[in-house]
Design a protein around this ligand. Sequence first.
Ligand code: SF4
Ligand code: SF4
Ligand code: SF4
Length: 239
Amino acid sequence: MRNAADIVPNWTGASKAEEPLADAIDAILPQTQCTRCGYEACRPYAQAIARGDAALNRCPPGGSAGIRALAELTGLPPLPLDPACGVEQPRRLAVVDEARCIGCTICIQKCPVDAIVGAPKQMHTVIASLCTGCELCVAPCPVDCIDLVAASDADSDWTAAQREASRSRFERRNARLAREAVRRLSHRDDAAVASTGDAPADRLAVVRAAVGRARARRAARKAAARGTGEPGDFAERAG
Ligand code: SF4
Ligand code: SF4
Ligand code: SF4
């Protein structure tokens, strides 16, 4: 049976020898998981750099300071941020126009770091301190009620602690989604078995063997009862 470990993202883009470097690169990346670098999260981008397959200058949230830190770590020359990936800008946060929110929950499903709270058919809210400004919730909102706004002075920094917390939330979310996918798959398998009436061959064999043993016991009791003139058991007396 499949388990969560088979489904949880397991980016193995770097060889074992490259993983320590990928770890060090990943520790520098901002962990917004915004995908602007062209990779599906920070970790696969780190692995691509470690393999020598990606340039250092593809992370707009990390900006020029991030590129410098990556250059120092790898010994590669720093490059200007690749404009194809976006522009460097101060921290921004998602804000929901609560009056227009229809509670569809799509934004919750899209947020890579679980920064949105809400329930079906109820208004949703972004937890500012957790929001990475990745924008992944904005386009999917069917009523266009999420905006990115400049963070206040108090929220303008994206600290190392927030970066690490964001990575943890991203990993926990991936693990949770994997568990849910496994549950769905196993329910689907059960439903398929029930709908076709098919039981796995080994389960059928066990059932048949048990029925056979019960018949043999009943036949033995009947034979013994005939020999002694005694009734076999209550069920047979009653029958
Ligand atoms: S913060 Fe965004 S652009 Fe930077 S590495 Fe992570 S996913 Fe890529
Ligand atoms: S609330 Fe939106 S912008 Fe903020 S982290 Fe979640 S998906 Fe990204
Ligand atoms: S996607 Fe938009 S409408 Fe749907 S719950 Fe989120 S904010 Fe509300």
